[in-house]
Design a protein around this ligand. Structure first.
Ligand SMILES: C[S@@+](CC[C@H](N)C(=O)[O-])C[C@H]1O[C@@H](n2cnc3c(N)ncnc32)[C@H](O)[C@@H]1O
Length: 421
């Protein structure tokens, strides 16, 4: 059996994305004759530079097939240039109007070969056309390359079974994302090739590409995350070590902040109780077998920073810490702007304050441990701290004595139940 890997590059709307072949380097020329175009006549002013030997070139057809060029008047070459204007008929990509405008902008034309195909050297360095990857010439990156680069990064073979070569994704990324801060997403990230490619591409063209990569594999913490961290530190690796210090461009392009979000599936969560008592454990296993919905234990929201859930793994139930603040933000759809720690002077209680918005509503979400909480002390602290009129809604875990502050517990419970359904 042979295995194939496919990269699907989808261009959903013609107007939405312009595919291009990366930035042309200065002096790089582009062809003016292309097979798909209709025949058209262009007049080039005298002094077009050429690499052709000096002498007379008779009127007639040069080259063959669809890329043939017809020289309409005989022309002479002396000292590396055509001495008179050139009238050519071919399948040109430009009209006379385009050509004249380009020439006025400083674009120069060169004729390199006996096929008399003129090429343009743009004054402004622009974008090259999108190359065809089907002929295998434009892009050569194989799965073997992908294994090799992972082996270089980790110093051992086969850390992941189906990696893609980062150069392939880098080229595709450069073909679509030319705008600063256009995010790229790979929800089957595997070994993290897309993030690697985004960092690589940015080091080359200076365009920042924030990336989001997702995977459910157990290797995420041992392969994907370490790979991204390694590549963010240095571009070249050998035998698990950086092969050199990053240069200025690489440092400038490297991500400054990366956030790792671990999503617990509440579907699989058995409960938030913390016991290994056999009787309870059996009950939990029965629950799992029946797949009864895991309920958010609202009482435990009084201690949000110690929240734990049990999940059923192949090795039996396991306890995980769950980050309720992050979970709530994600489930409720909060666009987080800032997270601050506020400390009440009266009882030294830390509050985690999430400031953001949701559907145009300005939100403040407060979290604190409620052990020994004095509602009056809290009310004084929060009323002094929450700026009047700054938020449309203020939420808090558990209850609060502050009139303008609402409990988030019922919202959270509803969100988790919806998720279960
Ligand atoms: C062929 S690999 C991707 C390889 C990747 N392009 C690379 O270069 O390393 C497919 C990945 O999809 C992940 N995957 C499969 N189903 C998934 C799901 N429902 N959610 C998230 N990731 C999933 C697998 O764990 C696997 O890592």
């Amino acid at each position: 059996m042979s295995l194939h890997d496919y990269v699907v590059a989808l261009k959903p709307k013609t107007s939405a994305v312009v595919l291009h072949g990366g930035f042309a380097t200065e002096g790089e020329s582009q062809p003016l004759v292309k097979k798909g175009n209709s025949l058209n006549e262009l007049r080039f002013p005298a002094s077009v530079p050429t690499r052709l030997p000096d002498g007379r070139y008779e009127a007639g057809t040069y080259g063959t097939g669809a890329s043939a060029v017809e020289l309409l008047d005989s022309a002479d070459v002396a000292d590396g240039m055509f001495t008179s204007p050139l009238r050519l008929r071919a399948r040109f990509t430009w009209s006379q109007e385009n050509l004249d405008r380009e020439l006025a902008n400083g674009t120069s034309i060169i004729v390199n070969t006996r096929r008399l195909q003129p090429r343009a050297i743009k004054a402004e360095v622009g974008m090259k056309g999108f190359p065809s990857y089907l002929d295998g010439r434009a892009l050569q990156a194989t799965n073997e390359d992908a294994f090799e680069e992972l082996a270089d990064l980790f110093g051992r073979e086969r850390v992941f079974s189906t990696p893609k070569p980062s150069n392939l994704l880098k080229t595709l990324l450069q073909s679509v994302s030319v705008l600063e801060d256009q995010a790229v997403l790979d929800f089957f990230a595997g070994s993290g090739t897309l993030a690697h490619a985004a960092i690589k591409a940015s080091a080359i063209d200076g365009v920042r590409r924030p990336f989001v990569i997702v995977d459910l594999g157990g290797f995420f913490m041992t392969v994907t995350v370490p790979r991204v961290m390694k590549v963010a530190y240095a571009a070249e690796w050998e035998d698990g070590r950086p092969a050199g210090l990053p240069d200025g461009d690489e440092v400038a392009a490297a991500p400054r902040v990366m956030k790792l979000v671990s999503l617990e599936s509440y579907d699989d969560a058995l409960s938030s109780v913390e016991t290994t008592d056999e009787h309870v454990l059996n009950g939990l296993l029965d629950q799992a077998v029946e797949r009864s919905p895991a309920l958010l234990n609202v009482e435990r929201l009084a201690h949000p920073f110690e929240y734990e859930i049990k999940t059923l793994t192949d090795d039996g139930p396991r306890t995980h810490a769950a980050d309720l603040v992050e979970t709530f933000n994600l489930a409720y759809g909060v666009h987080v702007q800032r997270i601050q720690i506020w400390t009440s002077e009266a009882d030294a209680r830390p509050y985690r304050a999430v400031i953001g918005y949701k559907d145009g509503t300005r939100l403040l979400i407060l979290w604190r441990d409620m052990t020994g909480l004095d509602p009056a002390v809290e009310r004084r602290f929060l009323e002094g701290r929450i700026e009047a009129g700054a938020y449309d809604e203020v939420l808090i875990n558990g209850d609060s004595a502050v009139p303008a502050v609402r409990s988030l517990d019922p919202i959270f419970k509803r969100l988790i139940e919806e998720e279960d359904r």
